[in-house]
Design a protein around this ligand. Structure first.
Ligand SMILES: Nc1ncnc2c1ncn2[C@@H]1O[C@H](COP(=O)(O)OP(=O)(O)O)[C@@H](O)[C@H]1O
Ligand SMILES: [Mg+2]
Length: 401
């Protein structure tokens, strides 16, 4: 099963490109589902249909799902919802609704990832196209070194917050009900499933991230940062879709648009230079509103022409380990990064912690390198190279690059 994740700044055209891609895949005969994890829910508008909160067949080979986290809380995550409710009641705070629990950021993405895993296990689809909320949210999800732990932490943080609230309200700390077996089981289950999700996401032949952008200065900058961070989280970014390009022919007869086109050309060149290693595809600005099947199909044709969107355009993981002359190396692709913005630490029990700009990732080293000594690190050709020497003694040094 292929998973194609579109990401980019708000308004660049992620939902439109996702819907267009999914329609083309379905027409080619792949069992396809398009999933939206954006609570803004514009997928139904884009497709020109109403979607319920469950999987809906749209046409032959094409299903669609807009994740409704409140519905998910009431159904798939009922045990946990019940527990948190019981907790609230015990604190004299009344019941907490699924609506109130649904405010935890990133929950749609988490729910979507659980779906992805069940589709993979059931062999239900050939390809899942995922439309996401604006970049920050997607990065947040990819940024957690261990998503299962992240999820558990979220639940506990939420509980702690409620307990804190209860303290203020009731004036003194009160006992709270211990989670029952069903709850503990579903937390445990979630943890297991998240680890499996992680494996799917980091398989570069299966999961690929596609960046969507417009030829505008600020959008380009944000996309460059996103590319760096997605590499940091070891997801395969293989392709870039430049959307909303003004067609030259139509517009060049006024001064206003001549200026606009000059600027656009500059930005298009900048995109070509910056992202030269990605497959770059273009979609032009349409003169009428881009909604409904016909327009989406036009868009798919502009982007993919005769090529097949299921293709993996480049299937390398950003991170790899190799051994050169007895020295082990961890190599991590780090486009657009200056040496001064990278910090590297040896973390606990066989991990390396890499900070880049505002993001951080904890890399688990392979078993053979658990106790390796960090000899040094360098940035070469947009690649972070960390040299490691295997040894038996425990090294607990924290090294900064
Ligand atoms: N190539 C295009 N031509 C014309 N309108 C477009 C094009 N791409 C996107 N749009 C319009 O721009 C708006 C934002 O697109 P959308 O796909 O919802 O972006 P995102 O999901 O990234 O926020 C929508 O109104 C959409 O119809
Ligand atoms: Mg959208």
């Amino acid at each position: 099963m292929r998973l194609i994740i579109y990401t980019g700044k708000g308004g660049v055209g992620k939902t439109s490109v996702s819907a267009a891609t999914a329609r083309l895949l379905a027409k080619k005969g792949y069992r396809t589902i398009i999933m939206s994890t954006d609570s803004a829910h514009s997928l139904s508008d884009s497709l020109g249909i109403t979607l319920p909160n469950d999987i809906q067949n749209v046409e032959e080979n094409l299903d669609a799902l807009e994740i409704d986290i409140i519905h998910e809380m009431r159904t798939r995550w009922a045990d946990i919802s019940h527990y948190i409710s019981a907790l609230m009641i015990s604190q004299g705070m009344g019941e907490i609704t699924a609506e109130e629990m649904a405010i935890i950021p990133g929950m749609e993405m988490v729910a979507a990832l659980f779906y992805v895993l069940s589709f993979e296990e059931e062999d239900r689809y050939d390809v899942v196209v995922m439309d996401t909320p604006p970049t920050g949210e997607t990065l947040r999800l990819l940024s957690f070194p261990d998503m299962s732990n992240w999820y558990i932490d979220k639940v506990y943080a939420l509980m702690k917050r409620f307990i804190g609230l209860a303290r203020v309200t009731v004036g003194k700390f009160m006992d709270f009900p211990l989670p029952d077996k069903a709850v503990m089981n579903s937390i445990e289950e979630m943890k297991n499933r998240m680890n499996k999700v992680k494996a799917v996401l980091e398989n570069p032949q299966k999961t690929t991230v596609r960046l969507v952008l417009n030829p505008e200065r600020m959008v380009i900058s944000e996309t460059m940062r996103a590319y760096t961070y997605i590499c940091l989280y070891n997801k395969n970014v293989e392709c870039l879709i430049v959307n909303k390009i003004y067609p030259k022919e139509d517009l060049s007869d006024s001064d206003f648009f001549r200026e606009k086109l000059k600027e656009q050309d500059k930005h298009l060149r900048q995109i070509d230079d910056a992202f030269s290693e990605l497959k770059i595809m273009n979609a032009y600005q349409m003169s009428t509103e881009l909604v409904g099947p016909e327009k989406l199909d036009l868009m798919a044709e502009m982007i993919f022409g005769d090529s097949d969107p299921i293709e993996v355009y480049a299937n390398e993981s950003p991170m790899r380990f190799l051994t050169v002359d007895d020295i082990d190396e961890m190599r991590l692709k780090m486009p657009f990064v200056k040496k001064s913005s990278i910090e590297l630490f040896k973390g606990e029990s066989g991990t390396l912690v890499v900070h880049v700009g505002s993001q951080k990732r904890t890399v688990s080293l392979p078993a053979t390198l658990m106790d390796a000594e960090v000899l040094g690190a360098e940035l070469s050709d947009e690649e972070l190279i960390v040299k490691l020497k295997r040894q038996n003694a425990n090294t607990k040094d924290r090294r900064k690059v």
